[in-house]
Design a protein around this ligand. Structure first.
Ligand code: GLN
Length: 537
């Protein structure tokens, strides 16, 4: 048994209160106080992972180094903590049931009736403790997805109840995030929804130690006292969380409110070392005081839900701060973009990012965007499908292979410049079967990417089935689309560039997943720098 302490974060009243940001901010403060911390998300849905979910359902699918397809909150965890997460950091109900059922089939339950309690809850408890048992962390923060009162959250709350006993009083703390709404007509903040959601938690045997109250207005001492009284917590453990100007303000706000202090106090851990947030605040300073503003066109088919591109827009913020530049995003729906409308829709943007995606909806719009930026010398970054569209556009309009396409869009295409990967040919299952996770890439020295990364061998995360077709490599290169990076083992082309263009880079991998506050991604930094230059023209 090691000494890992556990923080559980539950949510009440409504979804979208920003549990992930609160968990990440708390983790950041604890990390700054010298503790090693990780964060885990338990998702109560039955999908094995969010990899098969449409982004409209759940926002972006975030990919880790070890190739796990995970919830977008893991992106926040990495961006705040600057340490990688893994499959163990995201568990769904589907995964829990899958392992319990597999064990049942192997006869591991020795003839017992398999039930939610204890078998499902035991599996949840194991998954929570896996990270702690590595011995790598002083504190594990476990965020329970969903809202207290949801039927599907019940086994998780029950597991927390049991874990509090198993771990002991000083080793576990429950933070409940709730909403204190303001009723304009009454001119009052209302505590009743919080009282009810705490009551619901208590009915399941879990009594929160700390309340974090989201609110649009200052929560007075009186209201804190009332919440403390009705919800059975200490008054100093009622923490207000006001709407912030940026999510990156939240660690400072939580420090001011003493969230990290009350958590450590409950866990009987030292509070002597203060969090400094020096590098963090340096980033904030640059982020909040930009000397220039640019506009980037983000071309994608899920633009109605900005969360679908969370890591990309956050990477813009990090790279913007590095360039002391405010990056405004012009959201452009690829289905509404045509070669004719590209001029108006893209007019005045300083750079264009063509986003990842699947299937043929909107791809002609993406191709039109690439053509426009290529011909008009506007900085371009194509990610995954965006890179593939750049290759197709070049093949069609420069090589004059008019019917070039990806076999994803047309399996019988005459010029398959993007092709299904060999190892994908026998794959029939959709879940978890793409080329996923971190792979090496060898950069060409004389290239934009080498200038950005300043190193020859990089490792980036992937999520795709289709690839650049090497049969067209010679033609593409001769016509001016250069190969700037390949997988050293397989020879797969990972990066294309057009050296005659001011900044035109397409990457098969997803650089956005690795951008953090303290390590803004070099490729994004370089792209924003190029866009900044374009804006001054
Ligand atoms: N649909 C493309 C493929 O599978 C691109 C995937 C992506 O953009 N993530 O290769």
């Amino acid at each position: 048994m090691n000494n890992t302490k556990y923080v559980f974060v539950t949510g009440g009243v409504t979804s979208s209160l920003g549990k992930g940001i609160i968990a990440a901010s708390l983790a950041k403060l604890l990390q700054e106080r010298g503790y090693s911390v990780t964060i885990q998300k338990l998702d109560p849905y039955i999908n094995i992972d969010p990899g098969t979910l449409n982004p409209y359902e759940h926002g972006e699918c975030y990919v880790t180094d070890d190739g796990a397809e995970t919830d977008l909150d893991l992106g926040h965890y990495e961006r705040y903590l600057n340490i990688p997460t893994s499959q163990a950091n995201n568990v769904t109900t589907g995964r829990i049931y899958q392992s319990v059922i597999n064990k049942e089939r192997k006869g591991e339950f020795l003839g017992k009736t398999v039930q939610v309690i204890p078998h499902i809850t035991d599996e949840i408890k194991n998954r929570v403790q896996i990270l702690g048992n590595t011995g790598d962390f002083d504190i594990v923060i476990t965020e329970i997805g969903g809202t207290v009162g949801d039927i599907e959250s019940l086994p998780y709350i029950e597991a927390v109840r049991q874990l509090q006993w198993d771990l002991g009083e000083d080793n576990a703390v429950v933070v409940h995030l709730t909403l204190v709404p303001y009723l304009a007509a009454a001119g009052e903040l209302k505590t009743k929804p919080t009282q009810h959601s705490v009551k619901m938690l208590m009915q399941s045997g879990v009594s929160p130690d700390i309340l974090v109250c989201r609110s649009e207005h200052e929560i007075s001492d009186d209201i804190k006292r009332k919440l403390a009284l009705f919800c059975n917590v200490k008054k100093q453990n009622v923490i207000q969380s006001l709407d912030a100007e940026t999510i990156y303000d939240v660690p400072n706000l939580m420090f001011k409110e003493g969230l990290d202090y009350v958590v450590l106090d409950k866990l009987r851990l030292s509070t002597r070392k203060q969090p400094k947030l020096t590098a963090w605040n340096r980033f904030l300073e640059r982020h909040k005081n930009p000397t220039s503003t640019i506009e980037i066109g983000l071309v994608g088919k899920y633009v109605e839900l900005h969360d679908s591109y969370k890591s990309i827009t956050e990477a813009f913020i990090h790279a913007g701060a590095a360039n002391k530049t405010k990056v405004n995003v012009r959201w452009i729906h690829s289905e509404e973009l045509t070669p004719e409308s590209a001029i108006q829709q893209l007019e005045g943007v300083d750079g264009v990012l063509v986003a990842p995606g699947f299937g043929d909806r909107g791809i002609e719009g993406k191709i039109a965007a690439v053509q426009y930026v290529r011909e008009n010398n506007i900085p371009f970054l194509g990610i995954c499908l965006g890179m593939q569209m750049a290759v197709i556009e070049f093949a069609r309009n420069v090589l004059n292979l008019k019917d070039a396409n990806s076999t994803e869009m047309n399996p019988k295409v005459a010029h398959p410049v993007i092709n299904l990967m060999e190892e994908q040919k026998d794959v029939t299952d959709k879940g978890g079967t793409m080329r996923l996770g971190a792979w090496d890439c060898q950069l060409t020295q004389d290239s934009k990417v080498f200038e950005a990364y300043k190193q020859e061998l990089i490792s980036e995360r992937h999520r795709h089935r289709y690839e650049y077709n090497n049969e067209y490599k010679e033609q593409l290169e001769t016509a001016g689309m250069k190969t700037a990076g390949i997988n050293p083992k397989t020879g797969l082309v990972e990066i294309v560039e057009i050296p005659t263009h001011p900044w035109f880079v397409g990457v098969q991998y997803h650089p956005e997943y690795k951008s953090t506050v303290l390590n803004p991604h070099p490729l994004f930094v370089s792209f924003i720098k190029a866009a900044l230059k374009q804006s001054k023209k």
